[in-house]
Ligand binder design. Structure first.
Ligand code: SAM
Length: 293
């Protein structure tokens, strides 16, 4: 392990940093989570590429730093990126987002891709990320996980996105907002079955909360009142038994589909197995489509 001050002396203000792109993670709530190395890099930046200058100005004020900023967000990125790229060889450009790790459901991927293609120096000052913080709090398996980020808001697209990950043998991580939470929990229960899940809210803030229970229980908990604040949703992987059962269920559905239309076949297998009729309907539709190809 290298000690941080061997790479970058914290008090050596005179030392110029090497020109290039510095990806700096910032707090997701508690400002004290800004790392010493992040502060040092921000201090010595020639330019900060920020999502919202008002948000970053607050953070800089907290640590007594003033640096020039340029907005870099989804609406102007294509226009600003060439300007940033043209300066990377001479200047220290720091990329920050409003909170957490840049590029994670935040702008930056294309900037890093193009900076790398241009042969620029790129480094990261890692730190808070809501997805990882929530996973560690949830009590759900952390050995294999898949970050999904925000699901599409529209019902049909959301359902398709959930279907795409239903068979993935990993814990799933979603970002969500309070007003949409119950609709998403419901779509997840319909698409994945009643798995164990966690609603993790307001991480590192005063009202930090983590509720880990079945999706159906979370729906009941939150349907009366949408929770406030920022939310990460963690969903446990499918049980091994459920995966094995899928093969048996396919066999039952195939048999039922020989004599019945999709809806009726799903209803019959639902009665036999106690599984969700909606889930079986979707599975039967997939089987029918596959058999027609
Ligand atoms: N880049 C950020 C990161 O590293 O976590 C994520 C940015 S994304 C635009 C914002 C979403 O992250 C929020 O809508 C919420 O789902 C999640 N989030 C951010 N801060 C959070 C917090 N303190 N507690 C819970 N979720 C948070």
């Amino acid at each position: 392990m290298t000690l941080p001050d061997q790479d970058m002396p914290l008090n050596a203000q005179a030392d110029k940093l090497r020109p290039g792109l510095y990806i700096v993670a910032t707090p997701i709530g508690n400002l004290s989570d800004l790392s010493l190395r992040a502060v040092d890099t921000l201090k010595r930046a020639d330019l900060l590429a920020v999502e919202d200058s008002r948000v970053t100005a607050k953070l800089l004020h907290h640590v007594g730093i003033k640096r020039p900023m340029i907005a870099y967000h989804d609406h102007n990125a294509d226009y600003v990126r060439p300007q940033l790229l043209s300066r990377l060889n001479q200047e220290v450009i720091v990329l920050v987002s409003d909170a957490g790790t840049p590029l994670i459901s935040d702008p930056g991927f294309k900037l890093v891709r193009d900076a790398r293609a241009a042969g620029a120096f790129i480094t990261t000052i890692p730190g808070p990320c809501a997805a990882i913080a929530a996973l560690t709090l949830s009590g759900l398996p952390s050995d294999r996980f898949m970050f999904i980020g925000f699901l599409p808001p529209k019902e049909g697209a959301k359902k398709t996105a959930i279907e795409e990950v239903a068979a993935v043998s990993a814990t799933l991580i979603f970002y969500e907002t309070g007003p949409r939470l119950v609709a998403t929990l419901t779509a997840l229960q319909q698409g994945l079955g009643d798995r164990e899940a966690a609603v993790v809210r307001e991480i590192t803030k005063k009202f930090e909360e983590c509720q880990t229970e079945k999706l159906s229980e979370l729906i009941i908990r939150y349907q009366e009142k949408s929770p406030k604040g920022e939310i990460v949703l963690i969903v446990s992987p499918p049980e091994k038994k459920a995966q094995a059962d899928k093969v048996e269920v396919d066999t039952l559905l195939k048999a039922a589909l020989e004599d019945h239309p999709v809806g009726k076949a799903a209803a019959l297998v639902a009665k036999k197995t106690g599984l969700s009729r909606q889930l079986l309907y979707d599975q039967a539709m997939q089987l029918r489509q596959r058999s027609q190809k």
